[in-house]
Ligand binder design. Structure first.
Ligand code: UDP
Length: 434
């Protein structure tokens, strides 16, 4: 029968179990790699916390099963909403290892390889304890991987304040204090998260393979230089049109985009974690309104109350939704938005998934990084890939332009540098006796 032949195939093919840190920026690339491994004929199991499981299955995500692709979530007894990242890290470190071990033991087809994450360093320990070979999937850039590795192993001195010289890492442009991941700064508020990630760079010996969500053409120099330390295998960009939404996307923005002119729309998103302040929200809101251009802005539920009063009302028109100049959604189908012909640029917080998705869609970006690896990604988008400008750069340009205007006026004002030179020239001419 077909069921016995498929179980025979399953029994003989390798079984890969991938575990994702419970965050949208991890779930998407891990799911996408899982689907690609399944498409190569492996038996694949995707796991994460039970909370992620519940959200994935209820958000109308594109999680339709393949015959050799399964979900099996941890029974990690979530202790209510864990708002603070460091609380989440503590919960995972205590509840994660026993539930992962139980999950691995209950698999009917033995697991051949666990694909873990430096954000979940204990996954490698559990795999090792059960004698299962392990890999890690790094979901950020190879440049950032190299930076953390060099920092952890004290292979370079990192600039931690603006007065420190930039650090030169092999295959990377010099990185100033503003460009190195903010988790390395003394002011980083996410101590446990940073410590966990960095400690895992001392634990990489337990992984037989280091995989990264990047590609050779993009990060050739960083990857080549790092390979003298350890082979780092790029398997991305993991930007396939396959979604693992933890929030339900507002699909009605797609018909609004259909009605907009080609390359006219600015798409604005800060990803799944960043929360802007009320002032930043107001600045963005009036900036978008005053730009005179159509925009699609993702404002997650928790920030909606920070929109300036009357802003949303000001967007409605008598023509109905399609006539609106701006569209605000709680969550977008981002991969579909970025590849829509009406979208002309992407104002992004520079999360690595958003960065790769923008590059994959061939879209220029306006970078406004907030923290973590976003600041490093912004540096690369602007100075290495050449596809972006920084949002404050426009302000910087205006400030520099204002400075030149002032200096020009001062130079020719009475007593100014050029005025004095003219005076001297005139005086010399006067002294010539013809
Ligand atoms: N995303 C989405 N809809 C949104 C905003 C974001 O589908 O409205 C997706 C986006 O395509 C990306 C992920 O959420 O795959 C965010 O990951 P990223 O690394 O860019 O940022 P993070 O959320 O981790 O800060």
């Amino acid at each position: 029968s077909s069921s016995s032949s498929s179980s025979a195939a399953a029994a003989t093919s390798p079984h890969v179990l991938l575990i994702a840190f419970p965050g949208q920026g991890h779930v998407n690339p891990v799911l996408r790699l899982a689907r690609r491994l399944a498409a190569k004929g492996l038996l694949v199991t995707f796991t994460s916390t039970s909370d992620i499981g519940a959200r994935l299955l209820s958000s109308s995500s594109d999680v339709s099963p393949l015959p050799n692709f399964r979900f099996d979530f941890l029974s990690d007894q979530p202790s209510g909403p864990l708002a603070a990242l460091d609380d989440l890290m503590r919960h995972l470190a205590s509840a994660g290892p026993p539930s992962l071990a139980a999950l691995l033991r209950r698999q009917t087809v033995p697991v051949t390889c666990v694909v873990g994450s430096p954000f979940l360093p204990w996954a490698l320990d559990v795999a090792e304890g059960l004698g299962i070979p392990a890999a890690v999937l790094w979901v950020q850039s190879c440049a950032v991987f190299s930076a953390y590795y060099h920092y952890h192993h004290r292979l370079a001195a990192f600039p931690l304040s603006d007065s420190d010289p930039p650090v030169s890492l092999p295959g990377l442009p010099p990185l100033s204090a503003a460009d190195v991941p903010s988790f390395l700064h003394p002011s980083n508020p996410y101590k446990l998260l940073a410590d966990t990630i960095l400690a895992s760079f001392g634990n990489l010996g337990k992984a037989r393979w280091l995989l990264a969500n990047s590609f050779n053409e993009l990060e050739h120099d960083a990857i080549a230089a790092f390979s003298s330390l350890r082979p780092l295998t790029p398997v991305g960009p993991l930007t396939d049109p396959f979604r693992g939404d933890l929030l339900t996307p507002a699909d009605d923005c797609m018909s609004w985009l259909d009605a907009q002119e080609r390359q006219s729309v600015a798409y604005v998103s800060v990803g799944s974690v960043v929360v802007l302040t009320a002032d930043e929200m107001a600045e963005m809101a009036w900036g978008l309104r005053d730009s005179g251009r159509p925009f699609l802005w993702v404002v997650r539920q928790e920030s909606r109350g920070l929109l300036p009063e009357d802003f949303l009302e000001g967007l409605t028109t008598t023509e109905g939704d399609v006539g609106r100049r701006g569209f605000v959604v709680g969550w977008s189908p981002q991969d579909r938005v970025l590849s829509h012909p009406a979208v002309g640029c992407f104002l992004t917080h520079c999360g690595w998934n958003s960065t790769l998705e923008a590059l994959s869609a061939g879209l220029p970006v306006i970078a406004f990084p907030q923290w973590g690896d976003q600041v490093t990604n912004a540096k690369f988008l602007v100075d290495v890939y050449g596809v972006g400008v920084r949002r404050p750069e426009a302000e910087g340009m205006r400030a520099r332009a204002a400075k030149w205007k002032e200096a020009a006026a001062a130079a020719v004002a009475e007593g100014g540098s050029s005025d004095r030179n003219i005076q001297n020239f005139a005086d010399e001419l006067r002294s010539i006796v013809v």
